[in-house]
Design a protein around this ligand. Structure first.
Ligand code: NOJ
Length: 739
């Protein structure tokens, strides 16, 4: 789409000819750029101001601006993006600078812009890449109205540590789930053509190992070997790159002593070299400056040299590149080719986004408030995020539920239910649980008046059923919100215990940005729903599920440990010399004073019906290293309500070059079943799915036995073995000629 206000191609600006291939346009433009202008393209500021920054913009010293209130914007409110500011700043760049290179505007549009969907961990609970794609698509459309062209999502850091607040922004603990959902979000944000005015560039972050922060303390150091990185932590990034993500953000942490903003091996050699990523690597907020705090550079000048060598292309707010790169190149300390590589990538992103043709905000002045159709997407996503983790038959609530008391901190606090990283959503646009349940149940609903314990308990005694809305406020999870205790916040367990003592039906609804210790809640409540922070349709989704107008089908994307003291607990446990099978560990126990099994395993979630799994069956018990086999499993809805079952496929590699996880999710299918219906679910299993980085760190598929396991979650699996053979051996067996 051509913007008539953009400067038309001229002989002086041949790169404006949109019919030329992007790489040629970059060549033409770079041939005209001075070193200072090149360095300008590597500099990103925060919250550009068209008046104060006019001079800097016109002199080509600013490439990009993000809009964020500060270093930890995910937990803060800001004034929103002013389209007028964006367009005015852009005008200075396009009309006022020598080369007219447009600015690139970024903002953390993480799980919705105005129409806020569930937090990413809730999106992950859907196990549904289509849900992720729809959310990305509406978020992009709404943000584009405000002039945003680039979002810093998806976060694909493998998240196994519930004390770490950022797990809320993650897509869970397993690479395949995280990678596929990231691909869905990327498709939603970027579409087939990111130059479409309703799409944004996405950004996979934080490269790499950020989820391994010691003790779950945000930003802490990371000690991990490259084998574990490759076999686990790098994999969703690879999926994001394969899905065409246009940018990647470096992580704040070091990896085994090397800050990621200075990690030449992982950023330049692996991401850009080995994987062929040709997009932008953006620093995280002051990430280049922080190399100094990490004690690996004496000053910002040295930090700039390390970061540009490592392959960080765009400096988010530290100013290190702007202040020092030119001089570093002139003194010969930094090769100009490194700066050129960074600039090419930034320009490539701007060309790919169509900014030279359409530099200004899409549809300025249009409304981007939630509409019935965007709310429908948010509702579907919120329902899909609801994970039923216990039900003694009290749900769905029917007329027998009688008078229902709603109590707990989240009954009518819409804002609390939006979740972390909501810069533009509005609490008043959230349908609260109280509003939705009052609408459905009328005066059967009473709301506790908050005077706990006395009045609340009198109300609970008078009610027939209590629904307790528990968990974390949105500000308790997210960036820099680590906790030492994953128990419920103070006071909430007391409420559960006191209400449970009446012996009447008790439903606990848990809003959270992380796995919590729910052990006692699970013991005391008759039904428990984990619903994360669900977004603008929080109340509607809850009412639908509680009353049985929708079926719960979310599954846990992270393991829930027995308690804080049991961390770490995740699916990726690898065998030790004393631990051969997961169940052996549980029987023996490896602590004297406790068992170590997860309280709720990865992939767990119930429906309002029961589903029976048959044994997995293979079409062939062998496959070649480049071949495949077909696994079928029959699932039967043995209850009286329909359901959507998440049929999960895991594998174990019993003998490999390196220790491999006891079980690893490799595929799944969403299967709708009517009451009584049986369906045969078919998985096409490629030998390649068992690939891993061996001792020399190259990717390999081994010959030998692989155990495939199917079931409803990581702890209830039925195995079948397949033998992987060499293609040569197999053609010899079948008598086919070799060669
Ligand atoms: C810091 C966070 O780590 C990152 O995820 C975010 O995108 C930037 N701040 C920009 O707000």
């Amino acid at each position: 789409m051509t913007d008539v206000t953009a400067t038309p191609p001229t002989r002086q600006r041949p790169w404006l000819d949109a019919t030329l291939p992007v790489e040629e346009r970059i060549d033409l433009l770079m041939a005209e750029m001075t070193l200072a202008e090149k360095v300008g393209q590597t500099h990103q500021v925060a919250n550009i101001n068209p008046d104060d920054d006019a001079g800097e913009i016109a002199s080509g010293r600013i490439s990009s601006s993000l809009y964020a209130s500060g270093a930890t914007a995910g937990n803060e409110r800001d004034e929103g993006v002013l389209v007028g500011n964006i367009d005015a700043a852009q005008r200075h760049a396009v009309k006022g600078s020598r080369l007219g290179i447009p600015l690139l505007f970024g903002r953390d549009v993480i799980h919705g812009h105005r129409t806020v969907a569930p937090i990413p961990l809730g999106i992950a609970a859907s196990f549904d890449p289509d849900v992720a794609e729809e959310i990305g698509e509406i978020a992009a459309r709404e943000a584009a109205v405000d002039g945003v062209a680039w979002t810093f999502t998806p976060m694909v850091d493998i998240s196994e540590e519930p004390r770490w607040g950022r797990v809320a922004e993650s897509l869970g603990e397993t690479p395949v789930l995280s990678g596929r959902l990231a691909a869905g979000l990327i498709r939603g944000f970027q579409g087939d053509d990111p130059s479409d005015p309703d799409r944004l560039a996405a950004c996979a972050k934080h490269f790499a190992g950020y989820g391994l922060a010691a003790g779950g303390r945000d930003y802490d150091t990371v000690s991990v070997g490259e084998n574990t990185l490759r076999n686990l932590h790098l994999r969703p990034f690879r999926s994001a790159v394969d899905a065409g993500v246009l940018s990647v953000m470096a992580a704040f942490n070091d990896v085994d002593g090397i800050p990621m903003h200075a990690h030449e091996h992982l950023v330049r050699e692996v991401l850009k070299g080995e994987w062929g990523f040709d997009g932008v690597v953006v620093a995280d907020w002051n990430g280049i400056g922080q190399i100094v705090f990490q004690g690996v550079a004496a000053d910002k000048r040295e930090a700039a040299a390390l970061a540009i060598r490592a392959g960080v292309d765009l400096d988010m707010v530290s100013g290190a590149y702007l202040e020092h790169l030119e001089e570093l190149v002139e003194s010969g300390e930094v090769d100009l080719a490194l700066v050129d590589d960074a600039v090419r990538r930034v320009l490539r992103l701007k060309f790919r986004l169509g900014l030279f043709e359409r530099p200004y905000a899409a549809r300025p002045g249009a409304s981007n408030a939630p509409t019935p159709s965007t709310r429908a997407v948010a509702l579907r996503a919120a329902q899909a995020a609801h994970v039923l983790v216990k039900n003694d038959g009290v749900l769905p609530l029917d007329d027998d539920a009688g008078k229902v008391l709603l109590s707990g901190p989240f009954v009518d606090d819409g804002d609390a239910l939006l979740g972390t990283w909501v810069l533009d959503g509005r609490g008043e646009e959230v349908v609260t649980p109280e509003a939705a349940l009052r609408e459905r149940l009328g005066d059967r609903v009473t709301v506790a008046d908050g005077r706990f314990p006395d009045v609340t308990l009198m109300q609970a005694r008078a009610a027939d059923t209590s629904v307790l809305l528990l968990g974390e406020h949105r500000s308790r999870s997210g960036e820099a919100q680590s906790v030492v205790d994953i128990g419920l916040p103070p006071g909430q367990l007391e409420l559960v215990r006191a209400v449970a003592a009446f012996g009447k039906p008790l439903v606990a609804v848990v809003y959270t940005g992380r796995p919590l210790d729910l052990t006692e809640v699970l013991d005391l409540a008759d039904a428990v729903l984990v619903v994360w922070h669900p977004g603008v349709e929080a109340g509607t989704a809850l009412a639908d599920i509680l009353l049985g107008d929708a079926e719960p089908h979310g599954r846990l994307p992270m393991t829930f440990p027995l308690s804080t003291r049991h961390i770490p607990t995740s699916t990726h446990q690898r065998p030790t010399g004393r631990l051969i099978r997961a169940d052996v560990d549980h029987q023996e126990g490896r602590y004297v004073d406790a068992l170590t099994y997860p309280r709720l395993p990865f992939g767990f979630g119930l429906s309002y019906t029961t589903v029976d799994y048959g044994a997995p069956v293979l079409s062939s018990a062998t496959m070649t290293t480049d071949g495949s086999t077909t696994l079928t499993v029959t699932v039967t809805n043995t209850g009286e309500r329909p359901c959507r079952e998440v049929v999960q496929l895991y594998f174990r590699d019993p003998v490999a070059q390196v220790t491999r996880p006891l079980v690893e999710l490799t595929d799944w299918a969403l299967v709708d079943l009517e009451p009584g219906q049986a369906r045969v679910v078919t998985f096409d299993v490629q030998a390649e799915q068992t690939a891993y980085a061996g001792r020399d760190l190259t990717t390999r598929v081994d010959e030998g036995e692989i155990v495939l396991l199917t079931g409803p979650d990581a702890a209830r699996l039925q195995p079948v073995s397949v033998t992987i053979t060499s293609p040569k051996a197999s053609s010899a067996c079948t008598g086919r000629p070799e060669g």
